[in-house]
Design a protein around this ligand. Structure first.
Ligand code: ZN
Length: 155
């Protein structure tokens, strides 16, 4: 896969921000998630914090490749499932999840994200955020320990 082909499938060039409409990983995110991210990123910028996108929308092919890599790295499908979802279950493939860095941005989101409906979902993935609109009024729901605990992953 060449770089530009990879980008078409959701690989993220270094330094991509939530404002980069030319990057499919950003442009193919759920519009409501993207709107919330951009509002939060503007507020964070006022605090001197920049959001970098390390992962966003991914094609099913790219997710399958990431899963295969994780299975060989972690030695089993069961262990890999704690970190990487399948193409059928990944919220990245449906455009409903984003991986944010650097650590300062994650710290900002952990403090202020709920006000935008942006919630960390898995305790073992402090970079992974999804939209939970009800969080604006009620705060973020309790986190799952890891993706293998999430009922969405057991389809
Ligand atoms: Zn993620």
């Amino acid at each position: 896969m060449t770089d530009s082909e990879g980008t078409k499938h959701g690989a993220v060039p270094d330094g991509t921000t939530v404002f980069d409409d030319g990057v499919p990983a950003v442009a193919n995110l759920d519009p409501a998630l993207l709107t919330a991210l951009r509002q939060a990123a503007k507020a964070a910028a006022d605090d001197g914090v920049e959001f970098v996108v390390n992962g966003g929308w991914r094609s099913p092919e790219y997710q399958a490749r990431l899963l295969a890599g994780a299975i060989s790295r972690y030695g089993s499908e069961r262990e890999a499932a704690r970190w990487v979802a399948t193409p059928e279950t990944s919220p990245h493939v449906s455009g409903n999840a984003v991986d944010i860095g650097p650590p300062a941005a994650r710290t900002w989101l952990s403090r202020h994200g709920a006000a935008y409906g942006l919630c960390q979902i898995f305790r073992n993935e402090p970079w992974h955020y999804e939209l939970r609109p009800e969080a604006i009024e009620h705060g973020c729901p309790p986190m799952y320990a890891d993706p293998s605990q999430d009922p969405r992953m057991r389809r």
